[in-house]
Design a protein around this ligand. Sequence first.
Ligand SMILES: NC(=O)c1ccc[n+]([C@@H]2O[C@H](COP(=O)([O-])OP(=O)(O)OC[C@H]3O[C@@H](n4cnc5c(N)ncnc54)[C@H](OP(=O)(O)O)[C@@H]3O)[C@@H](O)[C@H]2O)c1
Length: 261
Amino acid sequence: MLSLNRRIDDWRGRRVWLIGASSGIGAALATELLQAGAVVALSARRAAHLQALAAHAGEAQAIVAPFDILDHAAWDERYRQICARAGGVDLVIFCAADYRPERSWEINADGAAHTLAVNIGSVYTGLTTVLPDMLARGSGGIAIIASVAGYVGLPNASVYGPSKAALINLAELLYTDLHPHGLDVYLINPGFVQTELTAKNAFSMPALLTPQEAAQAIVRGLRAGQFEIHFPKRFTLLVKLVRWLPYRLRFALFTHFLKPT
Ligand SMILES: NC(=O)c1ccc[n+]([C@@H]2O[C@H](COP(=O)([O-])OP(=O)(O)OC[C@H]3O[C@@H](n4cnc5c(N)ncnc54)[C@H](OP(=O)(O)O)[C@@H]3O)[C@@H](O)[C@H]2O)c1
């Protein structure tokens, strides 16, 4: 298949900044990339989790760079430290997220603002941090982890879903904008993965993957140079299909599944 991005066949020496590396998909992805030989800068708030990941890899390969992505000044500070250690960043993976399951009548303004700031606002801050150097060099990659929750309006994901829909939109426009300048842009849409994030769900999650399975699917997609990396296909293709249903049918379907049993 024709690739929309350059294929990443060889990770050895590739400098990756992974934001949201302390647990779940991010931690599993960090492990995969370190094992494949990448130099990985690990970011999130829980420094001890990042240090534990780094301990398996060694100092030359893993850079522990903890910070709160809501702290605008810290982005620049961390970026400079990572560049000083690694000489630059080839690929940034935006993996951090905030989620709480809530129906529309349960939304609270502060919680919504926080989720939007973590899920979308931080990506904009990150882009303003890394893009000037990537554009000046004419190379680099941006990978954004969104979700199938961004494909359609799903009750329960009242703030998280719209934030992920925005990231899908953002990744699409970034590709059009940045690819002619030599940059690669990846949109990663996982289905359900068993992590701290989904542990909050009280409903049964179809086609649930382990973080390791998710990380391997992401690495496969990056290796193939795909723009949209979505998995598991048995679930994501179904949700894509639902997106094409007329609203009357789509809403009837959701209402049916949300009926109390
Ligand atoms: N699990 C799923 O089913 C699923 C499905 C589709 C998409 N996704 C997406 O996959 C990505 C990873 O999710 P996950 O399921 O692996 O969840 P997770 O285990 O809860 O990981 C979330 C990560 O975000 C970091 N984070 C949150 N707030 C932060 C902040 N203010 N500053 C710095 N880091 C922050 C957390 O680190 P600290 O708490 O240490 O800061 C953690 O490393 C997310 O973008 C999520 O939306 C997940």
